[in-house]
Design a protein around this ligand. Structure first.
Ligand code: ZN
Length: 597
């Protein structure tokens, strides 16, 4: 048994103080290590960089503790009970690390609990202590770490079966709001931190529909005995991280349903989609997972070509569950799908990187995107979502709607329940062939491992939908809907006003801007000698003919430069989907399927 105790003497300094007691450490070179990455977020983050001091005692006497590398320490040789004290700086307001001040605290175990190497399978006990400051006297605690008094939201003693479980239950502490609901006999809590208003009845009713739909799709019982949505509400933010029986979310306050408001705003729709996404991960990636994620080495990158399935299939179902459970309309859903298609087809990266390659390179490419990302890579989320759509519609076509991707997911879930094994690279393809009773290997290889265009137009037609394309508007056009008054010309770049500067954010490969020599990072000052603003830039492209020549003056760094540009005809790179026959049985089967498995 490994004992941890965590509290804070100085929350205003953003420090967690951790005490670790090892009763029987290895007498020779016992090592302690903090993970370099957190499951669900595929980037090396070196959490140990936040340890600002560390010391150790054996039987009450100070002993030496030597740092071996960026994340690992080694205790002086010797036998007997060892206590380690360390202090962790926690000032990253993200779902991935830890954050602490006098208003609240949040941590992932991977940021604060040193792993006792060689004892990862031992059970752990954790005491979480309320900071002693008067500002913290009303604080409560929320986590799904197991505890007898857990449901009372109190500080105290918690336990985990092993290290992997210990770091898979994030902890929130503070004066949060808490609401609850039951879905398929499982208690669900929603804990919200921050300054905001919320219609809690609406929120819990909507989340209940999402959770019940997913549990029923995979079949009862649910994989967890309780579930916790931990929500940090800020002015502007969006993100989530999945855990085995909880999720940490960050959202902006305008994405919560407001009291007295009944319409489905696009920001609330996005928030429900995020909740649906993380909840779906309770099956897909937290339990059904790639073989290499079963006991992952958290000290270095773990590569898999399968993130298209674990993030992409999850991205496919997140919004699909919203329409299937009646929270959004068919038109809303088609708009979201049109936006995903737009995201994929706008970049040349889709012709360079397959979904499998994008997955494999998540660590160094998708998670480290630069201004050339759209030209160089494709998102395994967005393309993976479209691959899942293609697979779903293909199975439905081949089986006259008797089978679907739902059946593949249920079979994966049954296999996991039977043997707990990870998914190998070909398992999903094999199951798709089995469910559709057809050899789809060429089809699957092409959409997953190659960079050909996906057969979206033909497959959407099988459910009575028409995929259309138009040119993009100049600013903030995510696609998904038809639009009038579109520009005649394009410069093939992305601009954004930052502190009243018109900044070039990205430049499309081989587009007019790149051919003229413009570059990401340039500040556009003037067009044809006239000062450029967002609105003059827009009306210029709305009215100018393709093929005409113009002078664009910019600052690159602090140097003034002018470029001669020849405007181009915009590409049809913005997707929207129309319904051919709203009474189509195939369409109804797909979007309104009640799951009676
Ligand atoms: Zn995800």
């Amino acid at each position: 048994m490994i004992h941890y105790k965590i509290g804070s003497i100085n929350p205003a300094g953003h420090y967690f103080d951790v005490y670790l007691k090892i009763e029987k450490p290895s007498p020779i070179g016992q090592q302690l290590r903090l993970p370099a990455w957190i499951p669900g977020s595929y980037m090396i983050r070196d959490f140990a960089k936040n340890i600002v001091e560390i010391s150790a005692k054996r039987e009450g006497e100070p002993i030496e503790i030597i740092q071996l590398d960026k994340s690992t320490w080694q205790l002086e040789d010797g036998s007997g009970l060892v206590e380690v004290f360390y202090r962790v700086y926690a000032w990253d307001l993200s779902v991935r690390t830890a954050h602490l001040d006098t208003t609240h605290g949040f941590f992932n175990g991977s940021s604060v609990f040193l792993e006792v190497i060689g004892m990862s399978e031992q059970s752990c006990q954790v005491e979480i202590v309320k900071p002693g400051l008067t500002q913290c006297s009303e604080w409560k605690l929320a986590t799904t770490l197991s505890s007898n008094s857990n449901l009372n939201f109190e500080f105290g003693h918690f336990k985990a079966e092993n290290y992997a479980e210990l770091i898979d239950h994030p902890v929130e502490m503070g004066c949060f709001d808490q609401v609850e609901f039951v879905a398929c006999s499982v208690r669900h809590d929603v804990v919200l931190t921050g300054a905001f208003n919320c219609d809690y009845d609406r929120l819990t009713q909507d989340l209940k529909k999402i959770c019940e739909h997913q549990i029923e799709m995979f079949g009862e019982p649910a994989p967890m005995s309780r579930y916790l949505f931990l929500v940090m509400v800020v002015g502007d933010g969006y993100g989530g991280l999945e855990h085995r029986s909880s999720t940490s979310l960050i959202c902006s306050r305008d994405s919560l349903p407001q009291p007295g408001q009944s319409e489905m705003t696009s920001s609330y729709r996005d928030f429900l989609g995020l909740c649906s996404h993380e909840y779906f991960h309770s099956w897909n990636v937290k339990r059904i997972k790639p073989e290499v994620f079963v006991n992952p080495d958290l000290s270095k990158e773990v590569y898999t070509p399968l993130l298209w399935a674990f993030e992409g299939i999850t991205s496919y179902y997140d919004d699909l569950v919203l329409v299937r459970s009646g929270l959004i309309s068919t038109n809303d859903y088609l708009e979201l799908l049109g936006q995903t298609i737009t995201r994929v087809i706008r970049g040349k990266g889709r012709k360079r990187q397959s979904a499998a390659e994008s997955s494999f390179n998540a660590w160094s490419k998708f998670y480290k995107q630069d201004e050339n990302a759209a030209n160089g890579i494709v998102s395994y989320y967005a393309k993976g979502c479209l691959i899942a759509l293609c697979i779903d519609l293909k199975i439905r076509l081949l089986t006259q709607s008797k089978k679907s991707l739902d059946d593949v997911m249920c079979l994966l879930w049954k296999q996991y329940q039977k043997n707990g094994k990870g998914v190998s690279n070909n398992d999903i393809q094999n199951l798709v062939c089995e469910v559709s009773a057809a050899d789809l290997s060429d089809f699957l290889n092409e959409i997953i491992y190659l960079t050909e265009e996906l057969p979206l137009t033909a497959l959407l037609e099988t459910v009575s939908l028409k995929l259309d394309f138009r040119v993009s508007d100049i600013l903030n056009d995510k696609g998904g809907t038809d639009k009038d008054d579109l520009p005649l010309s394009t410069l093939s770049l992305v601009v954004k006003t930052i502190q009243s500067d018109l900044k070039v954010i990205a430049v499309a490969e081989d587009g007019a801007a790149q051919q003229a020599g413009l570059s990401a990072g340039d500040t556009i000052l003037a067009i044809n000698g006239i000062r450029a603003t967002e609105s003059s830039y827009q009306s210029w492209l709305k009215l100018s003919q393709p093929g005409t020549k113009h002078t664009v003056t910019v600052f690159r760094r602090d140097e003034l430069m002018s470029f001669e540009t020849v405007l181009q005809q915009p590409q049809q790179d913005t997707a929207f989907i129309g319904v051919i026959d709203s009474n189509s049985q195939n369409l109804t089967n797909w979007l309104r399927q009640s799951n009676e498995k």
